[in-house]
Design a protein around this ligand. Structure first.
Ligand code: HEC
Ligand code: HEC
Length: 314
């Protein structure tokens, strides 16, 4: 869980620059003291601060949360498995290359600065075989890994809204998929990554949620604004804003336009067709940033329900 090599190198560099500073300050000539002592002292202090921040980062990474594992055994019924696919489709954007099933995992720090190893892991039984249903449900809705530590990036703040019945359907679907080897490598944050987590990256990067105390129920499925509100709480808000008024497009994830406005500008049929086909009324295509293909298993009634909800928001 710690990058001992990286931390060791950092300690060695601190000692080296500290020793250099000590040696320079004791030099007899003034110019050696100033030219050697000042930069070496600054360097030693900077490295020491970086070391401290890396420890803060590791403290966040390694914090164990007390959320209990739900005591649930999911019965695999054909009805559940079929319904679970609707939600599983929305996981593939992160857990599979090119958003395609099977979800064999995808490397989250393949590009960019070398911060360690972080995969959105393989979600087939090659990885999840030994997980209990309760552990899976806790990971999905509360953002906590099997070891009790917070997952990173995983959007559990939205999946938290999944009802007990729907999260069980999702687990049933995952359980029913064939194992596809290999499992993904475990998370390993190196000293640079730990420093970034300690110094820069907001804590929202860690997705642990408070434990769910009571049962979570969804309104009955159907073309109602209540059901639309439920469905849109499962992730649309990340890009379209908590109140669906839209977010600046510069955001990460990419902000999308106001869905309240879209519901005023389009008819129900047009709105449904847009999410079904990815094509607007004027023939323009939604950009690939809008994950409409992940909504493939949503029914027309599901889309209509969301439309009715956004429209009722004004
Ligand atoms: C925005 C990207 C994203 C989406 C969408 C997403 N995940 Fe994740 N998920 C991750 C990342 C990244 C991790 C690894 C986190 C870590 O190791 O700190 C993860 C971890 C997990 C884990 C823990 C696996 C393990 O071996 O530790 C499970 C289980 C999981 N996700 C299930 C799901 C399910 C089910 C869905 C869909 C309902 C989903 N995820 C959607 C990014 C995502
Ligand atoms: C990863 C970010 C992301 C998520 C999650 C997301 N969207 Fe979008 N959405 C976008 C972006 C970006 C656009 C703008 C696409 C474009 O300009 O081509 C968009 C466009 C749209 C549009 C077209 C609006 C218009 O006026 O043209 C609709 C409708 C829409 N999204 C609905 C949804 C719904 C419903 C959900 C949840 C099920 C959702 N989106 C989830 C990013 C997202």
């Amino acid at each position: 869980m710690y990058d001992f090599v990286g931390l060791g190198i950092l300690i060695a560099l601190i000692l080296l620059s500290g020793g250099l500073a000590w040696w320079a300050w004791r030099a007899r000539r003034l110019w050696m003291r100033l030219l050697g002592g000042i930069p070496a002292t600054l360097l030693a202090c900077t490295l020491l601060a970086a070391f401290g921040l890396a420890l803060v980062g590791y403290q966040k990474v390694n914090r164990v949360y007390p959320n209990p594992v739900p005591d649930v055994q999911v019965e695999l019924t054909p009805e559940r498995i079929a319904r679970g696919e609707k939600f599983a489709r929305t996981c593939a954007g992160c857990h599979a290359p090119n958003s395609q099933f099977p979800m064999v995992g995808s490397n989250f720090i393949a590009e960019g600065p070398p911060l360690g190893t972080l995969w959105a892991p393989n979600l087939t039984m090659a990885q999840l075989r030994d997980w209990s249903d309760g552990e899976l449900i806790r990971a999905i809705r509360e953002g906590i890994g099997r070891d009790g530590r917070s997952l990173m990036i995983m959007p559990s703040d939205a999946f938290r809204n999944l009802s007990d019945e729907d999260v069980q359907a999702l687990v049933a679907y995952l359980r029913n998929q064939p194992a596809v080897e290999p499992p993904s490598p475990p998370r390993q944050i190196n000293v640079v990554g730990a420093f970034m987590l300690g110094a820069l990256i907001p804590d929202a990067f860690f997705t642990a949620q408070p434990a769910l105390a009571g049962p979570v129920e969804a309104p009955p499925a159907g073309r109602t604004p209540e059901y639309g509100r439920y469905l849109s709480s499962l992730g649309c808000q990340h890009c379209h804003g908590a109140d669906f008024q839209g977010l600046p497009h510069t955001n990460e994830p990419p902000g999308g336009p106001s869905l309240r406005a879209a519901a005023q500008n389009y008819s129900e049929a047009q709105f449904v067709a847009m999410l079904r086909t990815g094509t607007r009324l004027d023939g323009s295509r939604l950009s690939a940033e809008m994950p409409w293909p992940d909504l493939e298993k949503f029914s027309d009634d599901d889309f209509a329900a969301m439309y009715l909800y956004f429209r009722a928001l004004k």
